[in-house]
Design a protein around this ligand. Structure first.
Ligand code: SF4
Length: 524
């Protein structure tokens, strides 16, 4: 038995914003991209992103899916469960000691350059995004500084550290770039042997590469059902990967791992994919394979202890293409629903509208609506929203402001699409364009706050007006059951807080932001 006071040989972790279930909601995890403003860090940590549960021996009960995959790769290649501990950063002092040779950190957004961080820390202000603050706190954790293990950082956001030249400041010995597994075992073996590490390794995605099955449960019951997309949107990174589906047998086994660990109290499963509706599809024009999708959701739903199932992403063209498939899949998912709207169970999933401009669709994402044409985009979006809503499926839709060469006419087209969507139930997340590493537009300029014209402000406000109108009662109702308190918060505290915020922004930042906040507080 390893001596815990001496530390575990390899410790895997992630920052506090990534090692939380955010009150059991994948979508609230978005707010890790916001700044905490004047609210003390301990309050935010306790109430917004409390730590994941621990096992009896202090390890994390659930952890980010990517970290679980790294753990599995190490366990398959010569390391034992005693050699590897996956832990919350608050527990590092218990696991990092003189015997610790490597700390592996997975990060999605270590310096706050992701879409949400970039957009909302610029708009709302209040300091650095919480994602960046927590990554810094992790990198400079006293246990790491004291015992000086090799620090290996990977994950979707590792490029940010290189682009901002932060690896040295954060004591990173080796940066792993890319979603593959090439080189990972060698780097950890070198670290354990006390050898020098390469400053950076590239571990590109390979279509045929098979990762071992996760050994323990991931946050939100994440299980990957497909990788890549192939629709070729130029601002996106999964586009560079041809879509590869995980075999159903593998998916079922990973869900069983999660379900077994969660026991009779039950579990929720997030099906991680760029598009659930294209699972099993091989058609070059992206026609869905209805049978495969239905078999997938039914198989997962039939696993004991699975209580809720939530797809991470979907696209809209398949909805229009196969409305019957949506109906049948929704029937299964509503029986296993995770979210509600005013008490009614619903299904959701993230989808990209991105823009209402046909010109920009044709220029940057002509494959997004296949088998249809870019000219049909607005019609596809509205039709898909109608079909989804008819089946109690309320999408979470992202839209991008400031794509390269976006004109006022393009924004006007998006506003007109938003007008057409007024009667549907959805959640809208407008985002500034960010040239992500490895996307085709990576060498273009990202959108900045000073490029936000009056019309773009109108568009941002419109999205949030819709959100407040559609979700305010559900959001408050899920948290406040006392009707008197509900009324006091809804009609008293929120308008008062909005008035204070309006004055604050008028005086310190931008009158426009203050006006937006006031307008939103008064949406009915
Ligand atoms: S459809 Fe979505 S995942 Fe696929 S390339 Fe476009 S933005 Fe990326």
């Amino acid at each position: 038995m390893a001596d815990r006071t001496q530390g575990t040989k390899i410790v895997l972790t992630a920052s506090a914003t990534e090692m939380s279930e955010f009150g059991n909601s994948q979508f609230i995890a978005f707010v890790g991209g916001f700044a905490s403003g004047p609210v003390p860090k301990w309050i935010i940590r306790k109430f917004l992103y409390p730590p994941v549960e621990r096992t009896a021996n202090g390890k994390a009960k659930v952890a980010p899916y990517g970290l679980r995959k790294v753990e599995a790769v190490l366990l398959q290649n010569g390391f034992s469960e005693e050699d590897v501990a996956v832990v919350h950063p608050a527990d590092l002092s218990q696991f990092v000691g003189p015997n610790t040779k490597a700390v592996g950190i997975s990060s999605m957004d270590p310096s706050g350059m992701g879409y949400v961080s970039k957009t909302y820390s610029s708009l709302v202000g209040g300091g650095e995004p919480m994602n960046a603050v927590e990554f810094k706190a992790l990198a400079k954790h006293p246990a790491i500084l004291r015992h000086n293990p090799k620090v290996i950082v990977g994950g979707f956001g590792s490029w940010q550290l290189e682009r901002k030249r932060l690896t040295k400041d954060f004591g990173v010995d080796c940066l792993v770039m890319g979603p593959g597994q090439e080189g990972i075992v060698e780097v950890f073996k070198k670290a354990v042997a006390g050898e020098a590490l390469p400053q950076r390794i590239r571990s590109p995605a390979k279509p045929d590469e098979e990762f071992p099955l996760i050994r323990h449960a991931a946050i939100h019951g994440a299980v990957e059902i497909s990788k890549g997309c192939g629709r070729n949107c130029q601002f996106c990174t999964p586009t560079v990967l041809k879509k590869v589906d995980t075999p159903l047998e593998t998916i079922v086994k990973e869900v069983e791992v999660t379900a077994r660990e969660c026991g009779e109290k039950g579990t929720q499963i997030t099906l991680v994919t760029e598009d659930i509706f294209l699972y099993g599809a091989t058609d070059k024009t992206f026609i869905p394979n209805e049978e495969a999708v239905l078999k997938l959701v039914k198989s997962v739903a039939s696993i004991p202890n699975v209580q809720a199932i939530q797809p991470s992403h979907m696209s809209l063209a398949p909805v229009v293409c196969k409305p019957d498939m949506i109906k049948q899949v929704a029937e299964v998912l509503i029986e296993h629903s995770w979210y509600n709207h005013n008490g009614k169970p619903i299904v959701t999933g993230e989808t990209g509208i991105e823009t209402g401009s046909v010109r920009l669709m044709r220029k940057y994402m002509a494959g997004k609506m296949l088998p249809y044409k870019p000219e049909q985009w607005q019609e596809i979006v509205t039709q898909a929203f109608g079909i989804l809503n008819d089946n109690d499926w309320y999408p979470l839709a992202t839209l991008i402001v400031g794509l390269p060469e976006e004109t006022e006419d393009d924004v006007q087209e998006t506003l007109s699409l938003m007008d057409d969507l007024k009667g549907y139930n959805a959640f809208y997340v407008p985002l500034f364009f960010v040239p992500l590493e490895d996307c085709l537009l990576m060498n273009t300029r990202g959108a900045e706050l000073d490029s936000i014209t009056k019309m773009r402000w109108e568009f941002l406000t419109r999205c949030w007006e819709y959100n407040v109108r559609i979700w305010r009662n559900t959001f408050l109702g899920n948290r406040i059951s006392n009707p008197t308190l509900f009324k006091a918060v809804n009609q008293g505290a929120i308008p008062l807080a909005a008035k204070v915020a309006q004055k604050y922004y008028e005086l310190t930042r931008d009158e426009e932001i203050g006006n937006v906040i006031w307008k939103l507080a008064n949406v009915v």
